[in-house]
Design a protein around this ligand. Sequence first.
Ligand code: BG6
Ligand code: MG
Length: 217
Amino acid sequence: MNIQACIFDLDGVIVDTAKYHYKAWRKLAKSLGFDFTEAQNEQLKGVSRMESLNIILKIGNKILDEAQKTALAKQKNDWYLEQVADMTSNEILPGVVDFLNELKAKNIRIALGSASKNAVLTLQKVNLLNYFEVVIDGTKTTRSKPDPQVFQLGAQGLGIPPENCIVFEDAAKGVTAARSAGMYAIGLGNLDELAHAHAVIPSFEHVNFQRIVELLY
Ligand code: BG6
Ligand code: MG
């Protein structure tokens, strides 16, 4: 095994924004007269804004035309951005900065692979943009996770073969995408959702690069 690059998902891996996405979608659902649970929200993780809206509308049994959907997606994003506006580096998840610094020191290349169109803004808000040599986000992809495109573009941008990359993901669909790209996948969070990853860690706290590589054997 010769790991040369790490590709990170953003929401729920680098920053604690997964909860803001859920909050904004739930507010939208409630405005349409229904609720949806945190368990149902797992289906939305890693999925683009429009696809997420389609999943929500299905849950609420709502059929809307394209113009209505565009307006709702904008409303959700406006609510989401209200939360992002107040973000500081306090919302970087535990252990992330130390881990990124360790990668830099070891010359392991770093890329972002996120479905979010707000990725650059979010990284700027928490002062982490400079760590990422390549940023592939929702403005650069045409297919959502579980399609491997976002990670393939990340590895290509770095010029590193897939088998030399580790992807870090909190979404089941993201783990599937990484594996379809032929990369190693480390799940962040709950083993129940992420059992198809090569390994699952609760957070970046108390792990270093060597420990991650050991977990892959
Ligand atoms: C992903 C999140 O990172 O980005 C999803 O897991 C979100 O919940 C998606 O829907 C798209 O984000 P945005 O910021 O473009 O609406
Ligand atoms: Mg995520």
